[in-house]
Every structure is written in C-alpha cells, then in structure tokens.
Design a binder for this molecule. Structure first.
Ligand code: GRF
Length: 221
C-alpha cells in the first residue's frame, strides 16, 4: 500500500512532464497530491496547464533575487508552507544551491533527457544525436550538488535511428520521460526507494523490462 505523497513541482517551461504526473494522478495510478507548482519563469506554459485542475501555482522569479541562495530560500518557504514532502524538478532550468539541497535531503528528484552520466547539462538530446550514439534515453535521479550527478532511480533506453533528426530523437526520449517520472514518484510513495552507498535499490522489485539491446542488430552472434 502506498501513502499519498505530497509533492511540489518546479518548472520553467512547457510542463509536459508536469502534465504526465497530473494525468497519472487523475487516472489513479500515481499516489501523489500536487501541493504547489513553482515556476521561475512567469511565462511558463506549465502555469497555464494547472489552472483547470485548481493546482496552486506560484511564480518565484530568480531575477527578483540578489543571490541564488535568497531565491532558493524563497522557494523553500513556499514548499514548506504547502507541506511538500517531495520536490520534483520537471524541466526546471536553475541549479539548486546547498541551502535548498539541505532543506530536502534525498527528497528532490530531477529528470534528465539522456542516459546519465552521459551528456550531463543542457542540450543533452542534441549532443547525443551529434555524437552518434546508437542508444540514448532518460534518467530520473535524486539531485545533489553536481549537475545531473545524483543517485539514479530509473532509466529508460531508446534507440537512435538512422533517419532520426534531433527533434524525432527528443520526442522519443520525452515519451519515455512521461512514463518513468510517474513511476519514480510512485516507487517513492510506496516506500520502495532505498539508498545503499550511492546506489538506489527499489525494494521488492527485481529484474528489468527487456533484455540486452543491440543497435544495429547482432546477426547470428
Ligand atoms: C525535458 O526533456 C526535461 O527532461 C528537461 O526539460 C525538458 C522539458 O520538459 N529537463 P517539460 O516539457 O517542461 O516537462
């Protein structure tokens, strides 16, 4: 049995990952309650998305603050006021300071559109495409002081096809983001996430979906 986990979602842009979390809560598959959505960007389309669900949205514009710490302190205030347990960064384009990380230890998730630790940082899909990798994917991880360096919770792999463009690859990755982020939050709600050293174990869940993958295919070896 899962507890319903109170989450706060940090966004900067279109909010498709936010939408996937809302949809899974609405259809009863995700045991979470969105207490607040915080955007550092007043024009983020994510803020439009939440209106019809009555989810509170708060703009905390980083440009109104003198330091990264004071910006983070404001977000901490909002999240605590809203009794948020788990912070979910969904397309949030600001780096968190240690002040924020200490306020929510091992309770801040992020999603990255690459198979970490490959292609950390911005424009991950473009850099994977230009590098010529045969597989890419996405990763949900806990945030730490580094850029996309925290413990990995779940990853999805997608193939890179010969006729892909940067956009078709990014779309294929995004579709998997929309599956693994709700799953990671649900694992949290079910109390399954355990940190062992820097590795995450998902208690009671064994094995992987799918076997070894090859791209291009291995023919008879
Ligand atoms: C996603 O690829 C996410 O991984 C990245 O920002 C992109 C936009 O996400 N961090 P969204 O549509 O705003 O959820």
């Amino acid at each position: 049995m899962a507890n319903v986990v109170d989450i706060g979602i940090l966004v900067s842009g279109s909010g498709t990952n936010l939408q996937s979390i809302i949809d899974r809560i609405e259809d009863g598959r995700l045991d979470a309650r969105i207490r607040v959505v915080i955007s550092n960007n007043p024009k983020a389309y994510a803020l439009e998305r939440i209106k019809k669900y009555g989810i509170p949205g708060v703009i905390v514009d980083h440009r109104d603050f003198e330091s990264r710490e004071s910006f983070d302190l404001k977000m901490i205030d909002v999240l605590r006021d809203c009794q948020v347990e788990l912070v979910v960064m969904a397309g949030f384009m600001r780096l968190l300071t240690p002040v924020f990380l200490k306020a929510f230890p091992m309770r801040i998730m992020n999603i990255h559109p690459a198979l970490l630790p490959s292609f950390q940082g911005t424009h991950a899909q473009r850099r994977a495409f230009e590098y010529g990798v045969k597989f890419s994917g996405c990763t949900v991880h806990f945030a730490d002081e580094g850029v996309d360096t925290g413990p990995v919770i779940i990853q999805a792999i997608v193939p890179v096809l010969d006729d892909d463009t940067e956009e078709t690859l990014a779309d294929r990755i995004l579709r998997e983001e929309h599956r693994i982020y709700p799953q990671a939050i649900q694992y949290y709600a079910e109390g399954r996430i355990e940190l062992v050293g820097r590795k995450i174990k998902i208690k009671g869940i064994e094995g992987v979906a799918g076997g070894p993958l090859h791209n291009p295919p291995v023919m008879g070896f």
